[in-house]
Ligand binder design. Structure first.
Ligand code: SRM
Ligand code: SF4
Length: 584
């Protein structure tokens, strides 16, 4: 076995030596002269939901350190009072923006060390947490966000919360460092009191029992946690808004006689890869079988502990569950999970997907209320001249108290709005220059880009900052070719890690080097197929030249009803494969 001959990775040694995950974080926080955390503490910080970063635009003149903090929002659910706390925290203690993520959470960027305790304490006080939103543990659990009000949806969201709670690690050090004894910001205390009035924190953090040596070891994760991150999603066909096949573990709702009968369990999805390293690759999850609804938490624990026990602890680039499935096979995996569960899977039941992304604009809930799905370009909530989205959202939430639901496509839903308030909400957005999606092209609405530069330490090139302009150009091309009303999903990342799930886009741009991207084609509109490389190392200024003929051919050669990604797969990628074969 690989583990027997290769040494464990540095992260494994760190976890073994300090299973409390405390490192020297508290001491560095107390040391006002320390400008940054140590490299080892960086690894521990991730388990607390924190990444140390530096502003990469400023590297020429030295390093300017700050941190990124990620919250937990199962299924993207955000009570209005909590949103108002986050809005204030972003202004007071971060860079003034809130970033909606592709896994339905918020990220605060640009948090300085001196404000970190207050920020995390306040997030916990407002009934959320940052625990385990990063690190070798179960991350934020995704679920369809639209508050449609069906019993199926409500049951599914309840299951997503149950799974979340069952997999939150014991974290004594989290309490000690961030929660105990910190004084509240005086000017936030009213907002926090309002958030607390909403009830219990849905993310209780277990304290655990110390062993004979005084150490608390997590009963589920053990001393060394997982070999790598672990991601769970839920989906309700026919909409695949959570990109369910990209998760380590997916639960696809099976609805029978109008009720949630159970789930088809999928396992072994994941997208991250490294350019030039064939040991790493994106993989779609395999369909394992059906489980009844009441087994969902047990099933999640069984798959998670299988990853714990069989994932590669010697090589972090090869440590995700997808490689266990790929190398040991679906049959082995199924038997191993069944042994852990003590029962067998039933065959997966039919549950097809027919579409993927968000449905923008106003919609009806079953209880007579309305919800509004609002486009947020690249997920960044901020104020810019003529488009004060952050202010608009704050005022709408303060005045109308909608529940908020973050979507896995970096957008936001405002739910539970009285029909009589619809016009007033629309007007308040308009007052701040925010349209309610009237002039949004379908292709822009379906786009996603990761943060990349200047915050992400792994970025090879730009994504979020250039993406609106890339979409501007694609819109022009679509208009030129008579395709303006088409929806083509376009996704861009600054490196091959896949944070905006670019491998699922009908068009994907994956950063390779400064201003160079692999142009990927052939994902489908249900997000159930990986795309493939069409051209390598395309410069930003050459995108239009590459895409113009491709779109023109789509317009003239497509079959009736054929989506762009399907055309690309049927025609363009085959031609490309033939060209490569001829070239030898
Ligand atoms: Fe990601 C690392 C941002 C979703 C695969 N991701 C990072 C870091 C933390 C960079 C780092 O390690 O230093 C990025 C922080 C950038 C910044 O400045 O904020 C980052 N990932 C994001 C977000 C914010 C992208 C976004 O546009 O919203 C998403 C946060 C999700 C959340 O709320 O939890 C985000 N990351 C994803 C996804 C998509 C998903 O989960 O649905 C993926 C691909 C799916 C998967 O996991 O396979 C993804 N992120 C990665 C990887 C590659 C992991 C691998 O298996 O190789 C890394 C690098 C790593 O872990 O070493 C990474
Ligand atoms: Fe950073 Fe790469 Fe993820 Fe983009 S895809 S946020 S560049 S790690």
């Amino acid at each position: 076995m690989a583990d027997a001959i290769k040494p464990p990775s540095r992260n494994e040694i760190l976890k073994t030596e300090s299973p409390s995950l405390a490192g020297t974080i508290a001491a560095t926080l107390d040391d006002v002269g320390a400008e940054k955390f140590s490299e080892d503490d960086n690894q521990f910080l991730k388990f607390h939901g924190i990444y140390q970063q530096d502003d990469r635009d400023k590297r020429r003149t030295g390093r300017e350190y700050s941190v990124m903090v990620r919250t937990r929002q199962t299924g993207g659910v955000v009570p209005p009072e909590q949103y108002l706390v986050y809005d204030a925290l972003a202004t007071k203690l971060a860079n003034g923006t809130l970033r909606l993520t592709t896994r339905q959470t918020f990220q605060f960027h640009g948090v300085v060390k001196g404000g970190l305790r207050k920020l995390i304490h306040s997030i916990n006080e407002s009934l959320s947490t940052t625990i385990a939103t990063c690190g070798d543990v179960n991350r934020n659990v995704t679920a369809p966000p639209a508050p449609v009000g069906t019993t199926v949806h409500e049951s599914l969201v309840a299951d997503a919360f149950a799974v979340t709670r069952a997999l939150i690690p014991v974290a004594t050090s989290y309490h000690q460092i961030w929660i105990d004894g910190e004084k509240l910001e005086q000017d936030l205390s009213d907002l926090i009191a309002a958030a607390k009035s909403a009830g219990e924190n849905p993310y209780p953090i277990p304290q655990g029992n110390p062993g004979p040596d005084g150490t608390v070891v997590d009963p589920l994760y053990g001393k060394t946690y997982l070999p790598r991150k672990f991601k769970i999603g839920f989906a309700v066909p026919p909409q695949n808004d959570t990109d369910i096949f990209t998760n380590d573990l997916g639960f696809v709702a099976v609805v029978e006689n109008g009720a949630l009968a159970g789930y088809n369990l999928l396992a072994g999805g994941g997208l991250g890869s490294t350019h030039g390293n064939t040991e790493t690759f994106p993989r779609l999850a395999s369909v394992i079988g059906f489980i009844p609804r009441d087994k969902v938490v047990e099933a999640a624990k069984a798959v998670l502990t299988l990853h714990r026990d069989f994932g590669d602890r010697t090589n972090r680039r090869h440590a995700r569950l997808k490689y266990v499935l790929e190398e040991k096979g679906v049959e082995w995996f199924t038997q191993e999970v069944e042994t852990r569960l003590g029962f067998s899977f039933a065959p997966a039941r039919p549950a097809p997907f027919t579409f993927q992304g968000d449905q923008f604009g106003w919609h009806d809930q079953l209880d007579g209320k309305k919800y509004l799905t609002l486009f947020v370009e690249t997920g960044r909530i901020k104020d810019v001249p003529g488009h004060a989205l952050k202010t608009a959202l704050r005022e709408v939430v303060a005045q109308f108290h909608p529940y908020l639901y973050l979507t896995p496509s970096q957008n936001i839903i405002l739910g539970d709005i009285d029909p009589g308030q619809r016009e007033a909400v629309t007007e308040l957005f308009k007052k701040h220059g925010v349209g309610v999606n009237e002039n949004l092209s379908r292709t822009r609405g379906a786009g996603m880009a990761c943060p990349a530069l200047p915050t992400c330490g792994l970025a090879l090139t730009e994504a979020e900052r250039v993406f609106p302009k890339v979409i501007d150009e694609i819109e022009v091309l679509l208009a030129e070719t008579g395709l303006a009303s088409e929806e083509i999903s376009v996704r861009m990342t600054g490196c091959p890690n896949g944070c905006a799930r670019p491998y699922m886009g009908e068009i994907g741009f994956i950063g390779r080097a400064p201003n160079k991207y692999n142009l990927m084609l052939g994902g489908n509109h249900t997000s159930t197929r990986l795309n493939q490389v069409y051209r390598e190392n395309v410069k930003l200024e050459d995108f239009a030249t590459e895409l113009r003929p491709v779109l023109a051919r789509y317009k003239s050669e497509r079959l009736v009803g054929e989506h762009f990604g399907d055309f690309a797969e049927r025609v363009l990628l085959r031609e490309r494969a033939a060209e490569i074969a001829v070239a030898g």
